[in-house]
Write a new protein. Structure first.
Lengths: 55, 802
């Protein structure tokens, strides 16, 4: 039974971690453009779009 | 230099435009009067040629291998006008940090991943652009760049030159995409799914561990309560809120039953945990929540897609008006900002957005949207003009008689609101089932509780267990998913065929429609002038005339160019004589294209005619007409097969209506119908129990659309008609209407099957719960299996042969 004392909190901790990750993805709006995300993964070339301002 | 076009041969398969993919006309086999310009064999129009050159120049050719889109969808609207419409994009740019600016656009025509790629890469090629990000679902493009706001215009023009249609990102678009409620549902679903899985972990241990000691079981139950309680309280909020509202309105809905079931099982489980009973039901409560939330999230996603698409259509139509200031200068401003008494300028081909009085001597306007007349009407100075008319002539000035909020459009919008309220009383099949089902389920649960407590004589805590088990098993899990799942599958299938389902109960109403009323202009017909074929006309005249017509934005010029898209670019010296036509001086003499008096003919124009005169050739007439849509007759025949009787009610003159009715195969017709008469006809049909489906596109149809049992509008309809209609038919036009009805009927049938199936489940499972044999394991199995069967059955809704 002592195994439970370790395993159950571990399982719960991992589940909670997944929940927090999910809430983070939701907050950073990763579900707003599901169609686009499905297509975007296939763009094979490096994207020159992310040129930031002067260094 | 003619490099690309191969030798013409009759057997060659029809070629497609290298940019937009539209089939090229087979005119190349005709003897050529003049050498074609370079590349003319590969493109359908100059706009596409320019777009292709732009894409190649940026090294983005990969786009053509990747895209998946309808042929012709990417044709730039107007090669002559580099800047789309008259929108002042520079004013829309918002300044950011460090001398940067940001522009938000709604981009029409963005249909696949390759489009997103093309737009982003084309913009990123500009060294000043810091970031360009397009959202495929929302059709929203965000551009950040270094430098002044005036660059916005060039960036929007670049998007337009690629063949997309940029429009300002309006608050309406924002409302359609910013879906706070939807995000909350997804969040609740995530929490409920987390709770369900982790409680199940504990519950399975209890179910499987028959030899588990009482103390361990107690610990397990407390663990389940620890996870289950907060989850039920937080993730169930959307249901509790809706249930509370329905309770206050005095109309119990499905959410009330759901809330009661979940809360009762949570309370019972808590009491079982406290007294260390054999089972707790936290897993049932959380699983129920997760399943119901999944159904709701799906339902909302499908509806949101349709809402976004409608917002996109409206944003592309939404324009500004040109206000005439003192001193003859014009400024662009939104139509809502114009007061009565101000003067505005209406450009050629522009739609009037406000009511006004004509100040020019004479004007030619297309009144199809306001009265349904297919022939344009001439107005004199002082005539009243109604919003919705389209200027077919030269730009003219008018004095606005009513601000947007008091004008005829606003009055019609108020009429629509009243009609919508009447339609809100329609009771959907899910609500009907819930009204019958919920009281029965609650009565059974109450009876079980009283029976065990008073009849059998157990303690009230023990009596609560079978009562709540009955409540959970009857809890309309399958029932709550039964209808949304069908709706999602059906509206997804329709969306792929270009039918937007704008109303929640639209599919159900469409399924039961028994009669169809068509408007003529713009619905059965194309709604724009199309060149009529004439056997004796020399092909070279058409080519030359179309080349000259490229210089003009007049609707008839555009129709001429559309009839001969392979015509060369306009000669540079074309001069437009407002109100009369176009002329170009050549060494051989003057070539003219315009009205009969303009080229020196004495006769008066009949209908829509352009004359072409060139030295050494007798004047050639080009006649135009609003042509019947190609798919009108087959669509009406298909509707008749489905048992829908068609009739035509139009505001146009009797001969035109009769001809259209005859050509489309419609029996009864009515001409010169005012908007009120159209609405009356719909009301009369409704009273007679015919359940009319109205199909129309004009402002004059809006009231009838809102009043009808179900309504559909073709793409390109006035925005008022689009807001009033349940369905917007994009793309294929009328031919999808019979398909939509078949899908709707099948969806209705499947929804009934699903409801029946979940009822049968209950009839089997409820006695089991009432007599105390149900354990949480049985409840979980029943719930999961009935939901899966209902969902699988619903998926069949999308599988209708077209």
């Amino acid at each position: 039974m002592s195994a439970l004392l370790l395993l159950v909190p571990m399982a719960l901790f991992l589940g909670l971690l997944a929940l927090l990750l999910f809430l983070w993805t939701l907050r950073s709006r990763q579900y707003d453009d599901l169609d686009g995300a499905a297509a975007r993964i296939l763009f094979d070339d490096s994207r020159p779009t992310h040129r930031r301002g002067p260094p | 230099m003619n490099v690309i076009a191969p030798a013409p041969s009759a057997s060659r398969a029809p070629a497609a435009c290298a940019h937009c993919g539209a089939p090229l006309p087979a005119l190349l086999s005709a003897p050529r009067p003049a050498p074609l310009p370079e590349g003319a064999g590969r493109f359908c129009c100059a706009g596409c040629e320019g777009a292709h050159a732009l894409v190649s120049g940026l090294g983005l050719d990969a786009f053509y291998r990747r895209r998946e889109m309808a042929a012709g969808a990417l044709r730039p609207a107007d090669a002559a006008a580099e800047v789309p419409s008259d929108t002042d994009f520079a004013a829309l740019a918002t300044p950011g940090q460090g001398g940067t600016h940001r522009l938000e656009l709604m981009v029409g025509g963005l249909t696949c991943g390759a489009c997103v790629w093309l737009v982003e890469q084309a913009l990123a090629a500009d060294p000043e652009v810091l970031r360009a990000r397009a959202s495929l679902s929302a059709r929203r493009l965000t551009i950040d760049w270094r430098g002044g706001a005036e660059k916005a215009k060039a960036l929007a023009a670049l998007v337009a030159r690629l063949g997309f249609r940029p429009a300002p990102w309006s608050p309406a678009c924002l409302r359609a995409t910013e879906d706070a409620e939807g995000r909350e549902l997804v969040r609740a679903l995530g929490i409920a799914a987390f709770g369900m899985m982790n409680v199940m972990l504990v519950s399975v241990a209890v179910w499987a561990g028959g030899d588990m000691g009482a103390a361990t079981r107690h610990l397990m139950h407390w663990l389940a309560a620890l996870i289950g309680l907060p989850v039920v309280l937080v993730a169930g909020l959307p249901f509790y809120r809706s249930a509370w509202q329905s309770l206050r309105a005095g109309r119990p809905n499905m959410d009330l039953a759901v809330s009661l079931g979940i809360l009762a099982s949570t309370v019972m489980s808590l009491s079982e945990t406290l007294r260390n009973g054999p089972y707790t039901w936290f897993d049932g409560a959380t699983a129920l929540l997760a399943l119901l939330l999944a159904g709701r999230v799906l339902d909302r996603a499908a509806r949101r897609r349709a809402r976004q698409a409608v917002a996109e259509l409206l944003a592309l139509q939404d324009g500004t008006v040109q206000r005439l200031e003192a001193g003859g200068i014009t400024t662009h401003c939104p139509a809502a900002a114009i007061q009565a008494g101000e003067r505005i300028l209406l450009a050629s081909g522009e739609r009037l957005r406000l009511d006004g009085v004509l100040e020019a001597e004479e004007a030619l306007l297309d009144t199809a949207a306001t009265t349904g007349e297919s022939l344009p009407r001439r107005f004199r100075r002082g005539d009243a003009l109604a919003a919705g008319m389209v200027n077919l002539g030269n730009p003219f000035a008018l004095r606005v008689t009513a601000a947007a909020a008091d004008g005829s459009l606003a009055a019609m919008a108020r009429l629509l609101e009243r009609a919508e309220q009447a339609r809100g009383r329609f009771v959907s099949i899910a609500d009907k089932a819930a009204r019958f089902y919920v009281p029965v389920a609650h009565a059974v649960a109450l009876g079980t509780f009283l029976g065990w407590w008073q009849g059998v004589g157990v303690s009230w805590q023990e009596a609560l267990v079978p009562a709540v088990a009955a409540l959970i098993i009857t809890c309309p899990c399958g029932l709550a998913i039964a209808v949304p799942a069908v709706q999602v599958a059906a509206s997804g299938a329709l969306f792929r065929r270009g039918v937007l389902v704008a109303s929640a109960t639209g599919l159900e109403r469409l399924a039961s429609a028994g009669h169809v009323v068509f408007d003529k202009t713009g619905t059965l017909t194309e709604g724009r002038p199309v060149l009529l074929e004439e056997p004796g006309r020399p092909a070279s005249a058409l080519r030359e005339a179309a080349a000259i017509a490229r210089a003009s934005r007049h609707p008839l010029s555009r129709a001429l160019v559309a009839a001969c898209p392979e015509a060369p670019a306009a000669p540079p010296a074309v001069e437009e004589v407002p109100g009369h036509g176009l002329r170009v001086a050549t060494p051989q003499g003057e070539i003219r294209l315009g009205s009969a008096p303009f080229i020196g003919l004495a006769q008066e124009d009949e209908g829509l005619t352009l004359w072409f005169a060139r030295p050494g050739l007798s004047p050639v007439p080009f006649r135009f007409a609003d042509r019947l849509r190609e798919d009108a007759a087959p669509a009406i025949a298909a509707l008749a097969e489905l048992g829908l009787e068609a009739e035509l009610v139009s505001g146009d003159a009797p001969p035109a209506v009769e001809a259209a009715a005859h050509a489309a195969g419609i029996g009864p017709w009515q001409a010169r119908a005012t908007p009120e008469e159209k609405a009356e006809r719909i009301a009369a049909l409704s009273v007679a129990g015919r359940r009319p489906l109205m199909v129309g596109d004009g402002i004059n149809d809006a009231a009838a659309l809102a009043l009808a049992h179900a309504s559909a509008t073709p793409q390109g309809a006035t925005d008022l008609a689009q807001t009033a209609a349940d369905f917007v038919l994009r793309g294929e036009g009328l031919s999808v209407l019979p398909y939509a009805i078949r899908v709707a009927r099948r969806a209705q049938r499947l929804a009934r099957q699903n409801i029946a199936m979940s009822l049968i489940y209950n009839i089997v499972a409820v006695p089991c719960a009432v007599f105390g044999y149900a354990t949480p394991l049985i409840a979980a199995l029943v719930m999961a299996s009935s939901s899966i069967i209902v969902i699988l059955n619903a998926l069949r809704a999308g599988k209708v042969k077209s």
